[in-house]
Design a protein. Structure first.
Length: 262
């Protein structure tokens, strides 16, 4: 009887110890999970801060980076027309000298030009380096590279290229407007010169016409005076002619006086 009671007591103690061990293991696992979650959150926070710091540095070195939002790249595709944000790796490469790297490669035969868009003196190009399956997206002005982004993601390269093309539209807007205004100004100046030349010609023709009119009027006056004088002379000559004719008739009668009529 005592042996049975002792066996039962040992069994109860063993169950109590086993339960304590299981509870301790569960608590340890829970503590470990909490620690891992805290470590992962701290790592994500550190990576986000580092990415924002890198992009901010690039924005300070390149004023054109202001249009690219300094935020971590999302796994989702960017909205159409929205600026493409640089990943921390791209921002670091851009700051490290992608412009100089592309300038060295541009004269080689291994770099392929896939797309290029010009707007005014600004342009955007999408270039492909097949040996490393790498894309270079460049923003330039007057054949001089301004910004260069290097990536191995084809979809992302196309998105950045579209963003750069949109930027060339914005940058060239004032330049194109100035070009048009300069052309309009030059055209207006040329039209003013042509119109002024026409006016000068008309003024010269009018001066000649007025001068000729004055000469004609003077000639008309002189001719009229001469005509009046001739009219008087004509009248006097006619009077003289009639007087002579009467004298001739009188002399004729005298000569024929006493002669029989025919």
């Amino acid at each position: 009887m005592n042996d049975k009671w002792r066996v039962r007591q040992v069994a109860v103690v063993a169950l109590m110890l086993l339960g304590g061990v299981q509870a301790g293991c569960a608590q340890a696992l829970a503590d470990q999970a909490n620690a891992q979650a805290k470590a992962q959150s701290a790592a994500q926070t550190t990576a986000s801060v580092a990415a924002n710091t890198a992009v901010s540095t690039v924005a300070e070195q390149d004023p054109a980076a202001a249009s690219v939002q300094p935020q971590a790249q999302s796994a989702a595709q960017p909205l159409p027309g929205a600026p493409v944000a640089l990943t921390p790796e791209e921002a670091q490469q851009n700051a490290a000298g992608n412009v100089a790297e592309l300038q060295q490669m541009i004269h080689g035969s291994d770099l392929n030009e896939l797309r290029t868009t010009y707007n005014g003196t600004y342009g955007a190009s999408l270039l492909f380096y097949g040996k490393e399956m790498t894309y270079y997206v460049a923003l330039f002005q007057n054949k001089t590279f301004w910004r260069v982004i290097k990536t191995s993601d084809e979809t992302r390269a196309e998105a950045i290229y579209r963003d750069f093309v949109q930027k060339t539209l914005q940058l060239s807007d004032v330049e194109i407007r100035r070009t048009r205004l300069e052309a309009q100004k030059a055209f207006t100046a040329r039209m003013i010169a042509l119109t002024q030349d026409h006016a000068n010609r008309l003024q010269a023709d009018l001066a000649i016409a007025r001068q000729q009119q004055a000469l004609v009027a003077d000639q008309q006056k002189q001719t009229r005076a001469q005509a009046n004088a001739l009219q008087v002379e004509k009248a006097a000559a006619q009077d003289q002619l009639r007087a002579v004719q009467r004298q001739v008739q009188e002399l004729q009668r005298q000569v024929e006086g006493g002669l029989p009529d025919q």
